[in-house]
Write a protein that binds this ligand. Sequence first.
Ligand code: DC
Length: 234
Amino acid sequence: MAVQKITIAIDGYSSCGKSTLAKSLASRLDYKYVDTGAMYRAATLFCMRNELIDDNGANENAIIKILDDINLSFIQDDLTNASSIHLNGENVETQIREMDVSNRVSQISTIVEIRKKMVQLQQKMGKEKGVVMEGRDIGTVVFPDAELKLFMTADMETRVMRRYNEMREKKIEVSMDEVRDNVNSRDYEDTHRKESPLVQADDAIILDNTNLNLEQQLQKAIDLAKEKISLLQL
Ligand code: DC
């Protein structure tokens, strides 16, 4: 009998290490990995390039009209095994991590029509199960029936330090204060927006990784996934 596949939803605050865990978990289970934050970031980059968002805010009416012009896909690099987001055929994986995109993404991710489009795409990507999808609303909106839901958290200074180191490694010029301000304001925006705010699903399991290394987190997640998979085989 073929091993049945499940859907794994990972939600949580920004810079909690969701991507790192989700990527490793997907690779260990041989599941598809989907970074939904990259989708909102790529949509933001599109709006910035088309001058639909600036320091004064987002032009919502104009954005709603050009939704069909935003084509997103993930393309797997077979050599590195990494998947990169493509915006209208262009690999934008590096550009979407820049600070100017991080500072504007909350304004784009509050637009209802943008969320609808992203959720539809995400549901299509995960329809066959065998997916680890991470974001803010995966266990609550995208896949409320996911067999395994993890809600990740870590203390603020740990998160700021992680994001700062990650950006420095990517040679992005940034100060610790800028990172802290950005993480703080995205937490606020993520939890206070009207449409699909970040909340822990009732059936999600909390994973606080402040004092856990990647191998420890991964082991916990694998044990939980195996438990859920074995329940399906009964
Ligand atoms: O995971 P991230 O930091 O790359 O996400 C970027 C932004 O996208 C984040 O500030 C909130 C938004 N987001 C969202 O609203 N819903 C998701 N499912 C994923 C991300």
